[in-house]
Ligand binder design. Structure first.
Ligand SMILES: [Zn+2]
Length: 134
């Protein structure tokens, strides 16, 4: 039974024009359905616990994408996959970054007062990409 009526939703001007025509066969969509990623209950509890700690550290409710991306980038950097870890340093009163690959220290304008933030920056000496927790 295809009795479900289409519900109004926010559309861009372009897509509104496209969907203005009467839809036929709306019930059989070829779009793949979103599927949840299977996560074991124990793992979900661990991840949620870390997100709560992360949110306390950054003092705000982050969305899951921000949390997971930050954690993923830091994890990749810790493993040396595509990134290296950089460390914030104070160099003669100025903010600097120490490259986790070649130890080079270079000045960098980093967002201050935003704990939990991660910044991607390239080392000017070895050219590796660094993930810097600020
Ligand atoms: Zn370097």
């Amino acid at each position: 039974m295809a009795t479900r009526k289409s519900t109004p939703r926010a559309t861009t001007a372009k897509s509104a024009k496209r969907t203005a025509q009467p839809q036929k066969g709306a019930a059989k969509s070829t779009k793949p359905r979103q599927r949840p990623i299977a996560v074991r209950t124990e793992d979900r509890e661990v991840i949620q616990r870390y997100k709560r700690k992360y949110d306390r550290r950054v003092r705000k409710d982050t969305d899951w994408a921000t949390f997971l991306k930050g954690g993923l980038l830091l994890g990749l950097a810790a493993l040396g996959v595509d990134y290296f870890l950089g460390q914030v340093r104070q160099n003669n009163g100025a903010t600097a970054v120490r490259c986790g690959h070649c130890d080079h220290v270079f000045p960098a304008a980093l967002p201050v007062g935003q704990p939990g933030n991660t910044v991607q920056i390239q080392c000017p000496q070895c050219r590796n990409m660094l993930i810097v927790p600020t």
